[in-house]
Design a protein around this ligand. Structure first.
Ligand SMILES: [Fe+2]
Ligand SMILES: [Fe+2]
Length: 133
């Protein structure tokens, strides 16, 4: 089973962006299936590190566009990105202390954050970028 199913709430209605978000979620799921059930502390750490890197890379692209087009809400948008990255760092710290990953809690956290963030910050940003073309 996938860590994170694609859901309608993730859709923002701009095909290109929805596609990028689908790819991101696909990558997260691929990493999760590669992790499998045989989990050493090191492998889980590596898994979380990769997730962190993929998500950061997506954020970095958006942040580059925000800067290039002088997006007026970039401060709040970036702060929300940082919030998720902080949460993932906390999960990583907790994991290295306890040595276990709670898949359900991790999945729920990501789903809740993606739903909120895509529908608010990402919709506003990408509509703004569309008007700038
Ligand atoms: Fe974003
Ligand atoms: Fe995004």
């Amino acid at each position: 089973m996938s860590l994170l199913e694609w859901r309608d709430e993730f859709r923002i209605g701009i095909a290109e962006v929805d596609h990028e978000h689908q790819v991101l979620i696909g990558l997260i799921n691929d990493l999760h299936s590669a992790l499998g059930a045989e989990r050493s502390r090191e492998r889980v750490e590596e898994f979380l590190g990769e997730i962190f890197a993929r998500i950061s890379a997506h954020f970095a692209l958006e942040e580059k566009d925000m800067q290039a087009r002088h997006y007026p809400e970039s401060g709040a948008h970036k702060a929300d990105h940082e919030q998720l990255l902080d949460d993932i760092r906390d999960i990583m710290d907790e994991q290295s202390e306890r040595g276990v990953l709670d898949d359900e809690a991790f999945s729920a956290r990501l789903a809740a954050w993606f739903t909120d963030h895509f529908k608010s910050h990402d919709v506003r940003l990408h509509r703004f970028l569309q008007t700038q073309r």
